[in-house]
Design a protein around this ligand. Structure first.
Ligand code: PLP
Length: 369
C-alpha cells in the first residue's frame, strides 16, 4: 500500500541530520524543533496556531476537552471513519450522534445534518476522509445558525483544500495525525491541533502538558502527558518541506489510475467534488464484488486495504449509543464496496498500469462468465 523505505531513501540525508541534531542537543521533550514545527505546520495550513501532541487520537480527545465537551453532551459525526473520531467523544463522556455520509464524497452529508442537531449538541466533527474535504460551506452555515462549533477531523487531509482554503482553517479547529503512513508521517506516533484561535490552542497545550500553568509545578486543570517528541518534530520539519511535491506526485498517480480505470465496468473511481482539492491520502474505488477483487489482487501480490469494513454505528464498542443495520445506508454500502489501491508519491507508473490492468481483467472475466 505504502513504501516508506522509498521515501526515506529520497531524503535520507535530511532525516539523518535532523535526528542527529536532536540527539546532539539532547532536548528530547519540548526541544526547539517542536515550537519550530508547530509554527511551520500552522503556516502550511494558513492558520495562526498549532499545538503538537502525541498522536491524532489525543489531538481529537484534547480538542474536545478544550471545547468543554463532557457528560450530557452530544457530538455529531459520521459512522464512516476510523474509530478514533468516536473514541475522542466517548472518552470525554459524551454521546456520538451519527449522520450518514454523502455517496459521492464519502464525507458528512450536510442535507442530513440539521435533523441530527438537538439542544444538547456541543460540537460537529466532519471527517475529511481519504484526504477529501467535507462540504465545509454547507456544514459551517448550518452550524453557525445553531451556534455550534465545528472541529475538522483532518487526520488524513494535510494540505486538502475547500474553496481555496486549507484543512486547519475550515472550522474552529482541526486535528491532524502524523502516523507513519499518513501524507505527512512521523517515524512513530505524532499529531497536532491547528486553529486560528490562539487561545484555544493555548488551552490544548495546557491540557497536553499536565494542565500546567506559568510555573512548572502549577497544575491549573487536570491534563495529561501528550507532548510531541522532539525527534518526531525534527523529522516532520524535514518532511514538511517536501509535502507539496509529494501531494503533486500523488495527484499525478491518481490521474493515471483514473485514466486506466475509466470505462472498467463495475468499478467506480473517486471524484473530487466542486470546490474540493483532495490531499489524496487514499485512492479508494468502489467495486460491488470487492472481496473477490481483493482476493484476486492479493494472489497477484498486490496489497490493498478496506477503509473501513464496519461503520462505527455497528461496532460492538459503540453499540450502546444506538444504531442498527440499515440506519446509515450509505456508510453501510460503502463498507461493502470500497477498496483502497496502493498510492504513494514514489509508486511507479508501471505498477499502476499493472494494478489497473488486473482490476480491469477481473471485471471483464466476471462480465463474460
Ligand atoms: C480519520 C482519522 N481520525 C483519527 C485518527 C487517529 O490518528 P492516530 O492514529 O495518529 O491516533 C486517524 C488515524 O488513523 C484517522 O484516520
Amino acid at each position: 500500500m505504502v513504501d516508506l523505505k522509498a521515501q526515506y531513501q529520497r531524503i535520507r540525508g535530511e532525516i539523518d541530520d535532523a535526528i542527529a541534531r536532536v540527539i546532539e542537543q539532547t532536548a528530547f521533550v519540548r526541544g526547539e524543533d517542536c515550537a519550530a514545527f508547530e509554527q511551520e505546520f500552522a503556516a502550511f495550513c494558513g492558520a495562526k496556531a498549532c499545538c503538537g501532541v502525541a498522536n491524532g487520537t489525543d489531538a481529537l480527545t484534547l480538542a474536545l476537552k478544550a471545547f468543554g465537551v463532557g457528560p450530557g453532551d452530544d457530538v455529531v459525526t459520521v459512522p464512516n471513519t476510523f474509530i478514533a473520531t468516536a473514541e475522542a467523544i466517548v472518552l470525554n463522556g459524551a454521546r456520538p450522534v451519527w449522520v450518514d455520509v454523502d455517496a459521492a464524497s464519502f464525507t458528512l452529508d450536510p442535507a442530513q445534518l440539521e435533523r441530527a442537531l438537538t439542544p444538547r449538541t456541543k460540537l460537529i466533527i466532519p471527517v475529511h476522509l481519504y484526504g477529501h474535504p467535507a462540504d465545509m460551506t454547507a456544514i459551517g452555515e448550518i452550524a453557525a445558525r445553531r451556534g455550534i462549533p465545528v472541529l475538522e477531523d483532518a487526520a488524513q487531509a494535510h494540505g486538502a483544500e475547500w474553496r481555496g482554503r486549507r484543512a486547519g482553517t475550515l472550522g474552529h479547529a482541526a486535528c491532524f495525525s502524523f502516523y507513519p503512513g499518513k501524507n505527512l508521517g512521523a517515524y512513530g506516533d505524532a499529531g497536532a491541533v491547528v486553529s486560528n484561535d490562539a487561545d484555544f490552542i493555548a488551552k490544548v497545550r495546557q491540557l497536553a502538558n499536565h494542565g500546567g500553568g506559568a510555573n512548572k509545578y502549577d497544575n491549573v486543570v487536570t491534563g495529561t502527558n501528550s507532548r510531541l517528541d522532539t525527534l518526531q518534530a525534527a523529522i516532520l520539519r524535514a518532511k514538511l518541506r517536501h509535502l507539496e511535491t509529494w501531494t503533486a506526485e500523488r495527484r499525478a498517480r491518481v490521474a493515471e489510475y483514473d485514466r486506466l480505470l475509466a470505462g472498467v465496468r463495475g468499478v467506480r473511481t473517486p471524484r473530487e467534488a466542486n470546490g474540493a482539492r483532495s490531499a489524496w491520502h487514499l485512492y479508494s474505488i468502489r467495486a460491488p464484488q470487492r472481496d473477490a477483487l481483493q482476493a484476486h489482487l492479493k494472489q497477484l501480490g498486490v496489497s490493498t486495504a478496506v477503509h473501513y469494513p464496519k461503520p462505527l454505528h455497528l461496532q460492538p464498542a459503540l453499540a450502546s449509543f444506538g444504531g442498527g443495520a440499515g440506519d446509515m445506508p450509505v456508510s453501510e454500502q460503502l463498507s461493502r464496496e470500497v477498496l483502497s489501491l496502493p498510492l504513494y508519491p514514489e509508486l511507479p507508473l508501471e505498477t499502476i498500469a499493472e494494478i489497473s490492468g488486473a482490476v480491469a481483467r477481473f471485471h471483464e472475466a466476471k462480465v463474460v462468465s
